[in-house]
Design a protein. Structure first.
Length: 404
């Protein structure tokens, strides 16, 4: 059904209702408006602002030219290269890196979309593929509904966690950092693989994030924040003010049931993390959020039921395509001691820049995969095989427990 057909139904409040005004939902709304400004979109967000409280960053290789055209107006900071630091290896890579701040995301969406398209402060009580009920009882009928309200039931997945606390700091003196440090793993290895991430936003403004690849999801934000400040002090950065705080816990997936994860949030078309579209190793969802937005914009004439089928098939294929990354996660969490996990990343960052770029984009070639696992591994081969077997056994037990 196209817009004319959808619009001819007098009982429809909009053509497409998007639940969740975060990264995935907001980008879908932008892509739809750019492709078909005649489409009536409703972007429904429970919070009072769009995009939450985030700094999203990505490598230029994460998105293609069409994707970059979509998100370029949202970018707030750009760098031509970035740095990594490990105990036995440091490197600067000539690869562009970009950041998007949620405040800019909110501003651009409000400036670009029609005022009636954005509904913030509205919580969803229930939804189907063509109908939404808000808390308070108001109903919205749509040709299609897309649910982008964050993760589904993570108990259907198995793996570890990436936990972080980030602080945007105003310094008393210039920090002297010329480019981002994507990973500084020369720090003490606490609670799994730990590294610190630094983005120079201005001469005296820097974003510093302390990150852990850990076995459990528990996050002691106050303790990690203090470690972040300790790191800044160790770099000689004198903090005048903490301007912004953020924290998060992202799944790092080794195994699981994609079908159960999808069904955990009901038979509604889904995109973003809710559709399982995030990188299994990094937990990042921006590249897939961009691709999903362009995909939906190219299928705008589908009704909700047909769109559900297309999005499910696409996400299921994405799950299958990501099996290599889940295998690497199994080796990281089940094959390496927590104090030695950094060695896996240290070895990875000795590889060719183009391979690294494709890895982060989730587009590793077969040659890339062979190169990543070949050569002298950072953990013994026998332990790596046991790690993969452990992951498969865990998945099998999970499936049995859910059917009994």
């Amino acid at each position: 059904m196209g817009h004319a057909a959808a619009g001819s139904g007098h009982n429809l409040d909009c053509d497409i209702a998007i639940l969740g005004g975060g990264l995935a939902g907001g980008l879908i709304a932008l892509a739809l408006h750019r492709a078909r400004p005649d489409i009536r979109v409703r972007l429904i967000e429970a919070d009072d602002v769009l995009g939450g409280n985030h700094v999203w960053s990505f490598f230029e290789g994460d998105v293609d030219a069409e994707g970059m055209a979509l998100i370029e107006p949202l970018i707030t900071h750009c760098w031509d290269d970035y740095e990594v630091r490990f105990p036995a290896h440091s490197r600067t890579l000539s690869m562009a890196y970009h950041s998007i701040r949620s405040s800019q995301f909110d501003t651009m969406l409000r400036e670009t979309l029609p005022a009636e398209a954005i509904r913030t402060g509205e919580k969803v009580a229930s939804a189907t593929h063509d109908h939404v009920v808000l808390e308070g009882g108001k109903e919205i009928a749509a040709n299609a509904v897309i649910d982008c309200r964050g993760a589904g039931d993570l108990d259907t997945l198995d793996g570890g966690w990436q936990k972080f606390v980030g602080l945007e700091l105003e310094l008393a003196e210039p920090h002297g950092l010329e480019r981002p440090i994507i990973m500084d793993a020369t720090v003490e290895q606490i609670d799994g693989y730990r590294f610190v991430y630094s983005l120079p936003f201005g001469e005296r403004r820097i974003f510093v994030e302390d990150t852990y690849y850990s076995d459990g999801p528990e996050l002691d934000a106050a303790t990690v924040e203090q470690r972040t400040l300790d790191y800044a002090a160790a770099q000689g950065w004198k903090v005048a003010e903490i301007v912004h705080r953020e924290k998060g816990v992202l799944p790092v997936v080794c195994n699981g049931s994609f079908g159960e994860y999808w069904r955990s949030t009901g038979p509604v078309p889904k995109a973003g993390v809710r559709a399982g579209l995030f990188h299994p190793v990094t937990g990042y969802s921006l590249p897939e959020a961009v691709r999903s937005a362009l995909f939906v914009a190219g299928h705008v004439d589908l009704d909700g039921e047909a769109l559900h089928g297309r999005l499910f098939a696409r996400a299921a294929q994405g799950w299958r395509d990501a099996s290599f990354y889940r295998m690497l996660d199994s080796m990281l969490f089940y094959g390496a001691d927590t104090s030695d996990r950094y060695k896996i990343l240290e070895r990875f960052y000795r590889l060719r820049p183009a391979l690294i770029s494709r890895f982060y984009a989730g587009r590793s070639t077969m040659a890339d995969k062979l190169r990543i696992v070949s050569g002298k591994p950072p953990i013994p081969i026998s332990r790596g095989i046991r790690a993969i077997w452990h992951g498969r056994q865990t998945q099998s037990r999970q499936r049995k427990s859910r059917t009994t």
